[in-house]
Write a protein that binds this ligand. Structure first.
Ligand code: NAP
Length: 257
């Protein structure tokens, strides 16, 4: 029996990058997928691709996670279509580079907090009542190593939003543990996706300078989207039923302990 058989998972920002890898991995294990994203054509194509590859039901919802009404309307539509929501993966996010706080404009700060943190808050709240009624559910938040220790070049808005995601993870985990719902985070290090267009090649090289893990004979290699997707699958599956309020680091050893 596949690990996510009969489960329905929402994946935000699922049209590309880590979100697409996560949605695909969950679908490979039998989950039906509700994919939230902004751009209609690309996200619809991603949903079609997942459905074709995995022979599961995959539906796309055009949702901006910062828009409370859109988030709640989508959660209702997912319930109508699939009849249940077992897993929420809060993945949608943006990053910017700003070497110091003086390089970060106020608008960008607010944008990063809104998408990365407030979006996670809205999406979580929109499914929580259903999960509490069911006395089951798995919430996986994609945070970041930047939220644990700050990172060179990366904006303070990004690091602060991801530190907030870790706080939200622990707070919600604490408050819904009695309902059998688990809430955990994954903290990726450097996984090359389009998000890194925010950095120049030299900046990226600097960010990758501290990866100690040797992989396939090479040290200092960035991770792959599948590395993150496998960690999410674990936290979304019953294999992690006794784990809540914590984080898994997927960073090649850049931050240990
Ligand atoms: P990505 O390739 O840029 O993908 C981000 C996705 O989120 C895109 O599909 C984007 O849609 C969507 N999105 C952005 N704003 C949204 C909004 N307001 N509402 C709904 N969807 C929205 O980034 P990624 O590398 O896959 O990153 C995914 C998550 O992992 C992010 O939370 C990121 O902070 C985190 N993370 C990534 C890394 C890494 O190394 N890649 C490391 C640490 C943490 P559009 O294409 O339409 O903009």
């Amino acid at each position: 029996m596949s690990r996510m058989h009969n489960k329905t998972a929402i994946v935000t920002g699922g049209a590309r990058g880590l979100g697409l890898a996560i949605a695909t991995r969950l679908a490979e294990e039998g989950a039906n997928i509700a994919l939230y994203d902004l751009l209609y054509e690309r996200a619809q194509a991603a949903a079609d691709q997942i459905a074709r590859q995995t022979n599961t039901q995959t539906a796309f919802y055009q949702v901006d996670v910062t828009q409370r009404d859109q988030v709640y309307t989508a959660a209702k539509a997912v319930m109508e279509m699939f009849g249940r929501i077992d897993v929420l993966v809060n993945n949608a996010g943006i990053v910017s580079s700003a070497p110091t706080l003086l390089d970060l404009d106020d608008e960008q700060w607010l944008k990063e907090i809104n998408i990365n943190l407030t979006g996670t808050y809205y999406c979580t709240k929109s499914v929580l009542k259903h999960m509490m009624d069911n006395r089951a559910g798995k919430i996986v938040n994609i945070a970041s190593m930047a939220g644990e220790l700050g990172r060179p070049i990366t904006s303070a808005g990004y690091s602060s939003s991801k530190a907030g995601v870790l706080g939200l993870t622990m707070s919600v985990a604490q408050s819904v543990a009695a309902y059998g719902i688990t809430v955990n985070a994954v903290c990726p290090g450097i996984i090359i996706t389009e998000i890194h267009q925010a950095y120049g090649p030299e900046q990226l090289e600097r960010l990758q300078a501290d990866i100690p893990l040797n992989r396939n004979g090479k040290p200092g290699v960035h991770g792959n989207p599948k590395d993150v997707a496998d960690a999410v699958l674990f936290l979304a599956s019953s294999e992690s039923d006794y784990i809540t309020g914590t984080r898994i680091r997927v960073n090649g050893g850049s931050l240990m302990g």
